[in-house]
Design a protein around this ligand. Structure first.
Ligand code: G3H
Ligand code: 13P
Ligand code: NA
Ligand code: ZN
Length: 328
């Protein structure tokens, strides 16, 4: 069934587990996520970014997720709109049937310019007002995602601050988080602790100075009734980077958020863990390898099936590591 984020994250909090929230753009990703969830009996969060809505269109995305719910009626599914840049965009997604929306007021409506605290409160509070009237959950964000090594947002097109950010901007202040939640009434809060979108998060395996997991404990302690969300949480699997490069790709050395650190964050109380890049890397590696090994093949179903298998394996790993396996 389709459920709201609040329902699912309340269950996760009660049973002390975390959920991967996978970005979806096409049927293969939806199938991989659902086949994996079915195999390990995990609830599911699928989310559509602005880039996904531009690529596939909201109608296709909504119907792909609806098809998944028809195929797997026993699995709870949240259909979430990722990184909405205005209340109007969130309202449109609610009309289309999304059960959860993110109003990302950490950036202005251009998705690039860091916003003031007051702007963020204003757009987020207005979104909560109409979303809650429809039984839809709202995720807000306080703090701007960016690398503590470089002061830059990630590589993704479409989302991410422009220019160089200060450490203060890139680290959510726990006391300000309390004020923000009280002023807006959000169900879930995305925090900035040094993660960023895309494959180029860290130039070395991260340590506490560039990935501030401990900050989560302080925030959770002050916000017992709000679910904490981590964006930019791909682990950037080194084995998939090697396969991509072995079969004609060219991706430089780079590191993501280690699974152990995410598990620690979940122990501190993080409930939603956003993952897009890891499925992109797995799909790309699998397709590159399949095309290289079957040079005569021109049937897309052959290499796309390999991409589904690769993404499914990543999903199973995350459901198991985060503790959502067995919770559907
Ligand atoms: O929010 C970040 C996701 O990785 C979405 O990226 O806009 O390229 O789909 P995208
Ligand atoms: P990654 O780029 O680390 O997968 O993060 C995705 C994300 O935060 C989507 O909102
Ligand atoms: Na989101
Ligand atoms: Zn994000």
């Amino acid at each position: 069934p389709l459920i709201s984020m609040r329902q699912l994250l309340d269950h996760a909090a009660e049973h002390s587990y975390g959920l991967p929230a996978f970005n979806v753009n096409n049927m293969e990703q939806v199938k991989a996520i659902m086949e994996a969830a079915n195999e390990v009996n995990s609830p599911v969060i699928m989310q559509a970014s602005a880039g996904a809505r531009k690529y596939a269109g909201s109608h296709f995305l909504r119907h792909l997720i609806a098809a998944a719910i028809e195929d797997y009626p026993h699995i709870p599914v949240v259909m979430h709109q990722d990184h909405g840049t205005s209340p109007a965009i969130c309202q449109r997604s609610i009309q289309l049937g999304f059960s959860s929306v993110m109003m990302d007021g950490s950036l202005m409506a251009d998705g690039k310019t860091p916003a003031s605290y007051d702007y963020n409160v204003d757009v987020t509070r207005r979104t909560v007002e109409f979303a809650h009237a429809c039984g839809v959950s709202v995720e807000g964000e306080l703090g701007v995602l960016g690398s503590l090594e470089t002061g830059q947002a990630g590589e993704e097109d479409g989302v991410g601050a422009e220019g160089i950010l200060s450490h203060a901007q890139m680290l959510t202040d726990p006391q300000e988080a309390v004020d923000f939640v009280n002023a807006t009434g959000i169900d879930a809060l995305a925090v900035a602790i040094g993660t960023s979108h895309g494959a180029y998060k860290f130039t070395r395996p991260p340590t506490g100075d560039i990935l501030d997991i401990e900050r989560i404990a302080k925030i959770v302690e002050l916000l017992p009734n709000t679910h904490i969300v981590l964006h930019g949480s791909s682990s950037v699997p080194q084995d998939w980077l090697s396969i991509i490069n072995e079969f004609g790709g060219d991706i430089p050395e780079t590191y993501g958020v280690p699974i152990d650190e995410i598990v620690k964050a979940i122990r501190y109380g993080v409930r939603k863990v956003n993952i897009d890049t890891d499925l992109r890397l797995a799909a790309t590696g699998a397709i590159r390898r399949s095309l290289a090994e079957h040079k005569g093949n021109f049937d897309p179903r052959k290499y796309l099936t390999e991409s589904i298998k690769a993404m499914k394996a990543v999903c199973i790993d995350r459901y198991e590591a985060f503790g959502s396996a067995g919770q559907a």
